[in-house]
Each structure stands twice: as structure tokens, then as C-alpha cells.
Design a protein around this ligand. Structure first.
Ligand SMILES: [Zn+2]
Ligand SMILES: [Zn+2]
Ligand SMILES: [Zn+2]
Length: 273
């Protein structure tokens, strides 16, 4: 463990006022292991997609949405040295299992890292990371993440100097997940249906970040046509598509998109509004 802990300024250039896309790929990433297709073999870095997550540089610290399995390499790549809090969309493996990479934060923050999630996600965290709650005696100090769990529902809450508005989304017919609105940006990954009651929270957006898996329809994710028609209804100034599979080549797909829509890519940064 480090003998001295980096402060926010030592750890990394500040990302305050920005949203950074850590990953924009579907659950298996792009390239996919063992796939010989031209997109998986592409040299265009915008076709290299790690698992989905974003960091927002809020007034009082860095908020991470989800902890993808690629988290360590993503934070190193973006030179983001500290995370002050995490909010979860849902508990699927591609959004959760990088949580252990936040072990160092207990030293940098001087205590546990605050985690905001729904109770079903909390249950998954307590199962998958049981050693963080009943730390075995043989584990060294810092060998388990230190977590402070906060239960959330659809009630907006204050975090790191901003109001966070949860948005109910359907991820297939049987799983309800959360999107988040922060200022005039909304992050809505892992969904293929937005309940009518949630639409009011998605009005007057500067940026809508929306799930879009592939060309063909899918049982738990939006396909390209569905994402395009939903974006046209919601009328955000800009819509960025994420959770992309190897079906969507960056340049080819970008050429198909209407004005105001783009594919997100790993490392993309946008200003918070
Ligand atoms: Zn996912
Ligand atoms: Zn492929
Ligand atoms: Zn999912």
C-alpha cells in the first residue's frame, strides 16, 4: 500500500466540468474474444470498445457510474486517479465486477467509498464481494474494498455538489434498471424501453446518452432504428449512442445517423451542462 496518499490534484489532471466515457462496448467488449470479423480486427481506435462506464467531474469530486471489469485500465488510460462516489445502473457483470479495482480509494478518501444503488444491486454486491463485508482475518489491510452503501430509489438526491435524478428504465421485460440525469445530461444504458412516467425526466436535455447494441432488434437492448426513433421523440440537442457491439462499425454507422446523433467512443469527453 502507498505510504502517502495522493491528493486529488496530485493524482490526476482535474476532470471537473466534464463527462469522460471510460467504456462504450457491450458486455463482451469489442474486439470480441475469438471473433475474426473486420470490425473486431479494425485498427480504428473508435472500434475498440471496453465495457460501459462513465466518470463525471462534479463540483465536489468524481462520480463514477458503474464499475466495469475494465475499470483499472480505463482509469489509467484516462489518468483519473481518484473516484469519490459510485452510482450503479444495475448489477450485471459488465457493470459491476470492476468494483474491486476501487480498493485503493479507501486510502485516498480516508475512509469507505460511498456507493449509491438500488436494493437488488446491493444484494448482488453483498454476494459477489462478500469479502468486503466479512473480511477474512488472513486478508491484509486494503485487501478488500471499503464500501459505504446508500440505498436509492427514484427520489432525486444530492451528491458531490449536484442533484442526481434517477430514471426508471426497462432492460428487457423482467429487469428494471436506472438511468441518471445530472444537469441537462442523461445517461441511459442497458435499456430497450423507457416507461412513459420516465419520459418527463428526459425533456429539455442537452445530451442524451442512449443504449444501442446493434442493427437487429434485441430482447434487452435498443437496436439502431429504435434508438434513432426514440432520440427523435426526446429531442435532446445531441444524442450519443453507447453499449455498442461489433455490429456497428464506427465510421459506417456514423454516416447513417441523423444530425445531432453520434456514436460515443472510449475516451470521448463532453462538457457537463
Ligand atoms: Zn451492459
Ligand atoms: Zn467481431
Ligand atoms: Zn445489463
Amino acid at each position: 500500500m502507498p505510504s502517502s496518499s495522493p491528493t486529488r490534484s496530485m493524482a490526476a489532471p482535474d476532470i471537473q466540468g466534464q463527462m469522460v466515457f471510460l467504456g462504450t462496448g457491450t458486455s463482451v467488449g469489442v474486439p470480441m474474444i475469438g471473433c475474426p470479423c473486420p470490425i473486431c480486427a479494425s485498427n480504428n481506435p473508435k472500434n475498440h470498445r471496453t465495457r460501459c462506464g462513465v466518470v463525471l467531474g462534479l463540483p465536489k469530486g468524481n462520480l463514477l457510474i458503474d464499475t466495469p471489469p475494465d475499470l483499472r485500465s480505463q482509469l489509467l488510460r484516462e489518468k483519473i486517479g481518484i473516484i469519490h462516489a459510485v452510482a450503479y445502473t444495475h448489477g450485471h457483470a459488465d457493470h459491476l465486477f470492476g468494483l474491486d479495482d476501487l480498493r485503493l480509494m479507501q486510502f485516498y478518501l480516508g475512509g469507505p467509498i460511498p456507493i449509491y444503488c438500488e436494493t437488488r444491486v446491493e444484494r448482488r454486491i453483498r454476494k459477489s464481494f462478500d469479502y468486503a463485508f466479512n473480511t477474512p482475518a488472513n486478508l491484509h489491510v486494503g485487501g478488500a474494498p471499503k464500501l459505504q452503501l446508500h440505498s436509492i430509489d427514484l427520489e432525486p438526491f444530492e451528491l458531490l455538489g449536484m442533484r442526481i435524478v434517477p430514471i426508471r428504465l426497462q432492460h428487457g421485460p423482467r429487469l428494471q434498471v436506472l438511468g441518471f440525469r445530472i444537469g441537462n445530461i442523461a445517461y441511459c444504458t442497458d435499456t430497450n424501453a423507457i416507461p412513459v412516467a420516465s419520459m418527463a425526466r428526459l425533456q429539455n436535455l442537452d445530451v442524451l446518452i442512449l443504449d444501442c447494441l446493434r442493427h437487429q432488434p434485441h430482447s434487452t437492448h435498443f437496436c439502431l432504428d429504435e434508438a434513432v426513433s426514440l432520440a427523435a421523440r426526446l429531442k435532446a440537442k445531441q444524442t450519443l449512442l453507447t453499449h455498442l457491439s461489433h455490429d456497428l462499425e464506427h465510421e459506417e454507422t456514423s454516416a447513417l445517423l441523423p444530425e445531432g446523433m453520434k456514436l460515443a467512443y472510449d475516451g470521448m469527453r463532453i462538457p457537463l451542462s
